[in-house]
Every structure is written in C-alpha cells, then in structure tokens.
Design a protein around this ligand. Structure first.
Ligand SMILES: [Zn+2]
Length: 270
C-alpha cells in the first residue's frame, strides 16, 4: 500500500468516507489502497501536493527547492478576514507554506523537475509566490536541461493579490516559452479542479497534456458561462472526457497508471 504524505494528509482520518462521485460510504482503507480512488465508481478523490510527490516520483528522490519562499500580502488585503490570517490558517491546517511545492526528483530513474499544486491551500490559487516558485522551477529545468512535470490543480488567480496575481500567468508562460525554445520537454498533468488563470496559462502549455478521469477543467465556471452566452451547456461540459473529445487535452490516465505513463511519455519526448 502506498502510504501518502509524511506531511499532513489531504484526506482526514476516519473509518469511512463518503464518495463525492457516487455518494456511497466506502471503507477508507480500501480507498487509500487504491491511491484515493473510489472502489465503487472510480471517482478520483483530491489529494495533496505531497501525495503527488509520492505518487509520481521515485521514493526518496524528491528534493524540494524554494521551501523558504513565503507568501506576502502586498495590498494588506482584508475581506471577511485578513488575507494574512487566511494564509496562517492554511499553513497550520496543511503544513504547507504555499499552494505549490517544487523540486527535483526522478521518475522511473529519469531526473526531472517536478511541481505540484495543493488545492487545500487557498484553493491552489496562483499568487505571486506560487508564480515565482513555478517560474524558478521552469528556469532550473531550462538551465539543467531537465524535463518538466507539472501537476495542476487550481481555483484560478489569487484575488487577494489582484494584478500581481494575474501577472503570474505571463511570467510562467514566458519562462515556459524559453524552456521550450531550449528544447525542453514538458508534461502537464491536470487534476480536479484545474480552472481560471492556471488553465489559461502554464497548465495548458504542456507538450503533452494528461488529465485524471472526471476532473473539472475550465476557465470560468459553468454558471458564469451559462449566464454570459445564455445557452444550455452539455451535461459533461468542462470534464476531462469532454475536453479529450474536443482535442483540448491529449490523454486521460487513471491514477494507478500515471507514473509509468508519464515516464513513457518522457522517454518519447526526450
Ligand atoms: Zn464512488
């Protein structure tokens, strides 16, 4: 059994868990043994960034970089609560200092630069520090001629950082463009949910784009779109399956197959 996470887990402990996919009460141990996938309906539960490290990379190979880069509050933003307090709470609850972890690792012995977002931290929104950490990871991959594997999950831009957050889209994309020009190979893995500015920037720029089954992937949410275009949307709109059918992503890969599949894709690309 794959034991996820030395750090705090995305799925809290308890004997049974209710599946978001089929609504069944399933035995938590079974779900864990299946890499946090429902044994009844194959629903892929959300998992954290450290779980991703464990799932995708060779054991003990991940070396985190820029762990000391902490989010800041340049606008001194206060909504219902102060942004700094939200950051503090998320850090306490997740053990993470930001919504992304980046580093070097090996995938089936192949050295890579690996990044993973964590939805539990501010909805994995891309603030200026998330953008900076990702950009540094991309630049490291460029400098060392390493392939890049980036696992996306995101609620979009970090509203509390306003325009500074939006700039991260251009920054990460520019870094990826330089990476691509230098001949680098980039595999993007989209997980539930990948939305907003992350979909609109680096997550969609992979040489190969893989998605987990049933993931919500889109830019604006279906409610906003429906109001804007005043039309009914297809029932499976903004799912991995819908996007594969329409050529937006390259493949849908189940969690149990993700590591060997990414390794195989990298062997084709590099
Ligand atoms: Zn289920």
């Amino acid at each position: 059994m794959l034991r996820f996470g030395k750090k705090k887990k995305a799925v809290p402990d308890g004997l049974f868990v209710k599946c978001d996919g089929c609504g069944a009460m399933v035995y938590r141990k079974n779900v864990q043994e299946l890499l946090h996938v429902c044994p009844e309906c194959n629903h892929h539960f959300r998992i954290g960034a450290w779980d991703r490290v464990e799932l995708h990379t060779d054991e003990g190979s991940f070396e985190e970089m820029d762990a000391d880069l902490l989010p800041c509050d340049p606008l001194k933003f206060v909504a219902k609560k102060a942004y700094v307090d939200d950051l503090k709470r998320d850090t306490e609850e997740t053990g993470l200092s930001e919504a992304v972890i980046c580093g070097t690792a090996r995938i089936e012995s192949r050295p890579v630069v690996f990044t993973a977002m964590d939805f539990r931290f501010r909805g994995a929104s891309m603030g200026s520090v998330v953008g900076e950490k990702l950009t540094r990871a991309i630049e490291l991959a460029t400098e060392r001629h390493l392939p890049l594997v980036m696992v996306a999950a995101s609620g979009g831009a970090r509203m509390q950082e306003s325009a500074l957050s939006l700039m991260q889209m251009a920054k990460t994309c520019a870094a990826l463009q330089r990476f691509s020009k230098s001949g680098g190979a980039y595999v993007s893995v989209m997980t539930d949910p990948t939305t907003g500015g992350v979909t609109a920037s680096w997550a969609s720029m992979g040489d190969v784009i893989i998605a987990e089954p049933g993931a919500l992937i889109g830019f604006a949410g279906p409610r906003v779109l429906k109001q804007t275009i005043n039309q009914e949307l297809p029932p499976d709109f903004q799912t991995s399956e819908f996007l594969l059918e329409h050529g937006f992503i390259d493949m849908i890969v189940e969690r149990k197959d993700i590591k060997p599949t990414v390794a195989q894709v990298l062997s084709y690309l590099t």
